[in-house]
Design a protein around this ligand. Structure first.
Ligand code: AMP
Length: 281
């Protein structure tokens, strides 16, 4: 696996691969990799002749009181994992390489960023859309892979790619979970053993709502109320939000349209976990 730290190097590499007729698949990440990230890589490997992964902890998508400086990093372990997965090139730029000290241009996706994580984390999706646009312009992939774990993020990227005529396909990969249902996340390492034991309640409560939908429940407030009650009854869990929204526009509804997205964010101490389920899938 080749490792590039600068924009001209990765651009040259991709140019060579494309001129050899290869389809280029791209998986952007912030590193501290787990099986969730690797499932994106595996999908890209299946569908593309060349696979490029980026590792960049993007300061622009973290709020001033968020965990940018503490975000877990382990480049040696990450690059060994990616090498073992048959990744062709790893792009690992510095903050300086990406933002150059003078960065003044931002990508704002309106509408779908107003609710859910966009509401609890002001500026987050502006940071995501900006860095993903830059990475797309740098790597120029044919296909880019994102996890359903960050459901709103994929919707934002899809909308952005369509609105701005970005010439690539956005591919969504299902959420990889631990055996007890907890969605894999780089942030799970922050959890204490007690919090880790309780964290599967996110997915359990979503599953219970999905079962109620299968049994015929269509009242959005009732479904949201069920999940809130389960989370509020879990010691140490603090609800940030739980909502049901239409797909793909994330509109609010009183009565459920199928399929719809049910998404939640819950804090355990300083650690904020998110998860989601598509109701009626
Ligand atoms: P991150 O490193 O957290 O920015 O994530 C990089 C990519 O991996 C994003 O597209 C995420 O949605 C995806 N991802 C993270 N966790 C999971 C998971 N448990 N299952 C599937 N994809 C994931």
């Amino acid at each position: 696996m080749l490792i590039f730290k600068t924009i001209p190097e990765i651009r040259d590499f991709v140019k060579r691969e494309k001129s050899g007729g290869k389809t280029v698949g791209f998986v952007p990440t912030m590193g501290y990799l787990h099986q969730g990230h690797l499932s994106l890589v595996e999908k890209a490997r299946e569908e593309c002749g060349t696979v490029v992964v980026s590792i960049f902890v993007n300061p622009l998508q973290f709020g001033p009181r968020e965990d940018f400086s503490q975000y877990p990093r382990d480049f040696a372990r990450d690059s060994a994992m990616l090498g073992d997965c048959g990744v062709d090139a790893l792009f690992h730029p510095t903050g300086e390489e990406m933002y150059n000290g003078h960065h003044n241009t931002f990508v704002e996706v309106a509408g779908v960023t107003d609710c859910l994580c966009g509401k609890s984390r002001p500026g987050h999706f502006r940071g995501v859309a900006t860095v993903v646009t830059k990475l797309f312009n740098i790597v120029q992939p044919d296909r880019a892979y994102f996890g359903q774990k960050d459901a709103q993020q994929v919707l934002v990227i899809r909308k952005m790619a369509r609105d701005l005529d970005m010439p690539l396909a956005v591919v969504t990969v299902p959420t990889a979970r631990e055996p007890d249902g907890l969605a894999m996340s780089s942030r799970n390492v922050y959890l204490t053993p007690d919090q880790r034991e309780k964290a599967p309640v996110l997915y359990k409560s979503l599953r219970a709502a999905a079962e109620a939908v299968s049994a015929g429940e269509r009242d959005v407030n009732k479904l949201v109320g069920m999940v809130k009650q389960v989370i509020n009854n879990t010691e140490g869990a603090v609800m940030d939000y739980v909502e049901i929204r239409s797909l793909p526009d994330l509109d609010e509804k009183e009565w459920l349209d199928l399929p719809s997205l049910m998404a939640l964010a819950v804090r355990f101490g300083k650690t904020r976990l998110i998860d989601n389920i598509v109701l009626g899938e």
